[in-house]
Design a protein. Structure first.
Length: 165
């Protein structure tokens, strides 16, 4: 079992470094792997689009900070990466990261007779997201007869969501 105080201290260091760089922590996990600690850090910009170079910079800054941390003599490995396109969209911050991108959303309860919808994410509010999607006219299967519609989706009605390519 890992010491909670140590975990909080490491996460606080990571968060401070990310704040200085204008980046956001999406996932943080520390686990024991044989005789060393494995520190997993998923980061991104609030609007998405982090680079490998930025991940490398953060990795080096975290290593430097941990090497200079008092009373920390653990062997450790660090993995810094971005959430990637396959990261599930669950929180407001997840959705903010992909504004302007196409997403697939499945509903807990059907919305406008749909159990799932694919569209371009255009807005993210505190408790709702908005998509633009192609709404086919009744009785038509031809895409040229589709019109673009906006739909508001309450976050509490989202079963699952993901970015699509």
């Amino acid at each position: 079992m890992l010491d909670e105080t140590l975990l909080n201290k490491i996460q606080s260091l990571v968060t401070q470094i990310l704040d200085e760089q204008g980046l956001v922590l999406f996932h943080f996990r520390v686990r024991r792997q044989r005789k060393s600690l494995m520190i997993e850090i998923l980061i991104d910009r609030s609007q998405g689009g982090i680079t490998i170079e930025q991940c490398t910079v953060i990795n080096k800054k975290v290593v430097h900070a941990l090497d200079n941390l008092e009373n920390f003599d653990e062997d450790y490995e660090i993995e810094v990466s971005s959430p990637g396109m396959d990261w599930p969209l669950k929180t407001k911050n997840d959705f903010l990261r992909v504004v302007g991108q196409d997403v697939r959303i499945s509903f807990l309860e059907p919305l406008e007779h749909n159990s799932e919808i694919i569209g371009r994410l255009i807005e993210v509010g505190d408790d709702v997201v908005a998509l633009l999607f192609q709404n086919k006219k009744k009785g038509s299967y031809k895409s040229e007869l589709a019109e673009e519609s906006k739909i508001q989706i309450p976050l509490v009605n989202i079963k699952s969501a993901e970015q699509v390519i």
